[in-house]
Write a protein that binds this ligand. Sequence first.
Ligand code: NDP
Length: 267
Amino acid sequence: MNNTLQGQVALVTGGNSGIGRGICLDLAKKGVKVMVAGRNTTKSQETKALIEEAQGFAEVYRLDVTDADNVHNVVQEIYKKYGRIDILVSNAGNTTGPLFTHNTPYEEWDNVLKTHLYGAFNCVKECAEIMQEKKYGRIVITSSLAGIHGLTAQSSYAVAKSGLVGLTYTLAKELGPSGITVNAVQPGFIDTPMTEQQLQMCGEQWKNETPMRRIGQPQDVATAVSFFCSPETEFITGVVMRVDGGFMLNLSVDTLLYKFASGEFGK
Ligand code: NDP
C-alpha cells in the first residue's frame, strides 16, 4: 500500500474560504493536487495563489453544491483530466439568522438544508462511483458541534449538521467494502468569515470556557481532515471527531472551579 498522499487528487467544497481554505492548504502541502471548489471563483483563486506560494498544486472549479448538474459536470471534468478522485472533503456550508425556529421563513430553512444536506449528497453521489471503481477513497464531511448540541436561533443549521452525522455513519457502512472510509469533523468555534460576528460578541467567553483557552483556527480542523485522508487510516471509518479544544467537555461551572483551584478566582 502506498502510504503517502503525494499525487492524490482531492475535491474540497467550500475550499475558497475559512476552514475549507485551511484544508486545501494543508492537503496541498502534503502533495495532494487540490481542486478548490466554491461559487466565488475570485476567492478560489486566492486559495490557489496561497497554495502555489507554498509550492503546492491547485485548480479552481466554480461549483454550486446545490446544483446536481453542476456537481456532475465538475466531477466528470476532474475525472477526465486526472483519471481519479481520491479525496472528497464535503465542507461547503452556510447559516441563517439568528432566527428562532418559529420565525424562520421556509426559504431560509430550505436554503440551509439544501446547501449542507443536498450539497453533501450531490458530491458523494458523483464521487463515490469513481472511488468504488478504484476500490479506494477518503470522504470527510464537515459537521459541527451544533449537530449534537443544537444551536439557539439556528435550528436549520443544527438539523443539517445532525443529518450529516447520519449520512457519515450510513456511508461508512455502505462504502467500507469498497475500500472507502467516511468520517466527519465537528468543529467548535473556528475563526472564519462565518463566525466573525459571533466571535466579536462572545469570543472571549467561549475562549475562557475552552480547556485549550483559545479560539480554533482553520488549520486545527485541517489537521483532523488530513488525518482522515491519510492512506494509513484505512481502518478508521464512521468516526465523528470533535475539533473544539475540549469545549464540549466544559461547563461554566468547571471554569469557575478551575479559577478556584488555580487561585484565579475573584481576580
Ligand atoms: P465560510 O463562510 O468561510 O465558508 C463557507 C464556504 O462554503 C465558502 O467557501 C462558500 O463558498 C461555501 N459555500 C456555501 N454555499 C455553497 C454552495 N451552494 N456551493 C458551493 N460552496 C458553497 O465558513 P467556514 O469556513 O466557517 O465554514 C466551512 C464549514 O465549516 C461549513 O460547513 C460550516 O458549517 C462548518 N463549520 C464552521 C464552524 C465555525 O466555527 N467556523 C464550526 C462548525 C462547522 P461560496 O460562497 O463562494 O460558494
